[in-house]
Ligand binder design. Sequence first.
Ligand code: SF4
Ligand code: SF4
Ligand code: SF4
Length: 170
Amino acid sequence: MPVDLCTNVAKDSDLSPMGIYRLLPQTNCKICGETSCMSFAFKLLKKEITLDKCTPLYEEEDYEEDRRALEEMLRPLMEAEMTETGLVIHEDLCFGCGNCVVACPVNVAEDPKGCAIGNGPTSDKVILKVENGKVKAANVESCRRFGEHRILCNACITPCPAKAIEFPGG
Ligand code: SF4
Ligand code: SF4
Ligand code: SF4
């Protein structure tokens, strides 16, 4: 998986399992190989399956409008590079304020002087770092959302005034 994680994913408030589910046929027919349309929606967000596996969307005229809406909604995500943790940075929205850099507990632990007091990271072990006015991610295996003892860390998401960071898969 590439590690240049900054992408141009468009923000869309419906880019959530429920937002996707609303546009699916909701018949739980299992043609896609999933047990339910909701399961399919979760896998779409994690990029573990593609929309075309839901063949009713393409074959039944009644679903055409919803399919087009889904294609539009999902295109930026499908074109985006995503880390193993599901982290997506919307480069078009990020303006390099550094809030996420100083908020990430891994950054602070790995580089207390650089991150905790806001001087900017000096260690190459940090996850988030601003370069050329945009935040970049690296060392994603250290992210608290990753690995056996993962937790639902939101520390980089909540302080971002631009809503430029998200984990679409939840
Ligand atoms: S093929 Fe489409 S309608 Fe059928 S279960 Fe999968 S997502 Fe739902
Ligand atoms: S989810 Fe937590 S540990 Fe992972 S990059 Fe964001 S702030 Fe850092
Ligand atoms: S907090 Fe948001 S705008 Fe600021 S550097 Fe991080 S991603 Fe960019």
